[in-house]
Design a binder for this molecule. Structure first.
Ligand code: SPV
Ligand code: MG
Length: 508
């Protein structure tokens, strides 16, 4: 990508006349860019005016540089800074050049007036120019100091203060010989004739820029035919917006409301667009990790179970318990998934996902699979005690299964039998345990406990769950058994086992 200065140089030396327009802040710079202007003229007059100060070096360099940083963050067309006299002598200008290079500004324009300057249209004939030698010294200091490409435009005010064509030419030639990349010849004449006369005599190679504020009706082709390389519309965006602001302010105050102004106002959406609010929203989606977990409870209604203390439990009892507990863990969403239980394999409690449930779970998982802050709980109606819910949150594993270690294997329906790397026996409590198999393939001798109906997934675990569900569902048009899903997940993610004591069993 060519630098800003490179692009500005190409514009100035190109065959087509370049058009620059004033900006005084990022909003006006964006407007200029979207309209199709080649570059921004960061005008001292309009910038000062926007800050409510005079165009007499009242605005500090820090504010100007700050403004530049905001503008160049959003605007990619080159910025040519109207730096008045360079804010002092050659030394102040050198320092400015260094700071502009660091900020990758396209170009800087300095004029041959004394510091502090006055705007060209305020008492022009009483204004003074510095000597040619002094100004050439400034130009050389700037050229020698630039560490990066930076276009240095020399501006002569000889015509503005009434010193005449010869003085303007004398100065222009000297500035070109001192190393300026381009020359801005300012004029306050009401026609283009003065600049046209200058151009007839101009005999150096550097491009000429003009500012048609007072000869604004000159056709652009006339200016181009005179071999002008660039025009600057130096104050038009500020003047246009100022008039609109004044009229709007008066209208609203007089009328007492804003009715009737609709066609003169951009809709609020236009502000969001220019501010690129959409980008922030998508970045928030990627980067904001709220301290709250986004918990998604995939609730799979299972065969009724009997609670040792309070039974029988209904599905809505279970959901109410989860809901109450989940609220204290932050954002939560309960997705009631329609499962089917089927009687087969000598077991009346095989829990299966049907096609609709699969699609539903897939779409939820696809939405959160890349989120670092999501927590998925797969649960059935067997989840009873609040402590189980607290427990599942306290582990930070990618996948976790809670296993009831208190049931004797013969009492566990075969599809709920769990085989792990270790039993819950005394002495091995601290040993990490992983799930090896669940379901009817687990013999009673190998059964370490009964699945509580609760599993959880975080991070990679959610991704693995999603991928496995997708893989299995593409292989079958039939139901997917939960056990089959868990058994194939074991191959892709380590499923940690936590043994719990549960006082429940299936209703017969
Ligand atoms: C500016 O825009 O600040 C200029 C051009 O320097 S003029 O106001 O015409 O001097
Ligand atoms: Mg200015």
């Amino acid at each position: 990508m060519p630098t800003s200065a490179n692009r500005l140089r190409e514009m100035l030396y190109g065959s087509r006349i370049a058009t620059l327009i004033e900006a005084h802040n990022t909003l006006s710079a964006l407007v200029a860019q979207e309209a199709g202007f080649d570059a921004i003229w960061l005008s001292s007059l309009t910038m000062s005016c926007a800050y409510g100060v005079r165009d007499s070096n009242e605005l500090t360099v820090e504010h100007i540089l700050d403004n530049i940083e905001y503008i160049t963050e959003r605007v990619h067309i080159p910025v040519l800074l109207d730096a008045d006299t360079g804010y002092g002598g050659f030394n102040q200008f050198r320092r400015l050049v260094r700071r502009l290079c660091v900020r990758k500004v396209g170009g800087v324009c300095i004029e041959d007036k004394v510091f502090p300057k006055t705007n060209s249209f305020i008492n022009p004939t009483s204004q003074k120019l510095i000597s040619i030698d002094e100004f050439c010294g400034k130009i050389r200091a700037g050229c020698d100091t630039r560490t990066d490409d930076l276009i240095i435009v020399a501006r002569t005010e000889a015509l503005v203060i009434g010193s005449g064509l010869d003085e303007a030419l004398l100065r222009g030639r000297a500035y070109s010989d001192a190393g300026a990349d381009a020359l801005l010849v300012h004029s306050r004449a009401s026609s283009f004739d003065e600049i046209a006369a200058f151009m007839k005599e101009w005999d150096r190679n550097i491009p000429i820029i003009c500012v048609p504020t007072t000869y604004a009706d000159t056709p652009i082709n006339v200016i181009q035919e005179a071999r002008i390389s660039a025009v600057i519309w130096a104050n038009h965006l500020l003047r246009a917006s100022l008039l609109a602001m004044q009229q709007t302010a008066c209208y609203i105050l007089e009328q007492g409301n804003a009715h009737g102004l609709e066609n003169q106002l951009v809709p609020l959406n236009e502000l969001w667009r220019l501010q690129n609010v959409e980008e922030l929203q998508s970045a928030e989606h990627r980067y904001v990790t709220s301290s709250k977990l986004e918990t998604i409870l995939l609730y799979l209604p299972s065969p009724p179970i009997v609670d040792f203390y309070t039974s029988p439990l209904t599905s809505s009892d279970v959901i109410t318990r989860w809901n109450k507990q989940l609220k204290s863990f932050g954002e939560s969403e309960i997705c009631n998934i329609n499962t089917s239980t089927r009687a087969s394999l000598n077991d009346q409690h095989v829990l299966c996902l049907d096609k609709n449930s699969i699609v539903q779970i897939q779409s939820i998982l696809a939405r959160i699979a890349s989120s670092t802050n999501a927590f998925v709980i797969l649960t059935t109606a067997t989840a009873l005690e609040d402590y189980l819910i607290n427990l599942i949150y306290s582990y930070h594993c990618e996948a976790l299964i809670l296993v009831n270690a208190t049931q004797s294997p013969e009492k566990i329906p075969s599809s709920w039998c769990v085989h792990c790397t270790n039993s819950s026996g005394l002495g091995v409590v601290d040993t990490p345990k992983q799930l090896l198999k669940i379901g009817h393939e687990v013999s009673y001798e190998c059964t370490h406990g009964m699945w509580t109906g609760i599993m959880s997934f975080r991070g990679h675990g959610i991704k693995a769950l999603y991928e496995e569900l997708t893989r299995l569902s593409s292989n079958t048009n039939q139901l997917i058994e939960i056990n089959e899903l868990i058994n194939s997940l074991v191959r892709h993610v380590e499923i940690n086992v936590v043994y719990v004591n549960g006082g429940w069993e299936f209703a017969q």
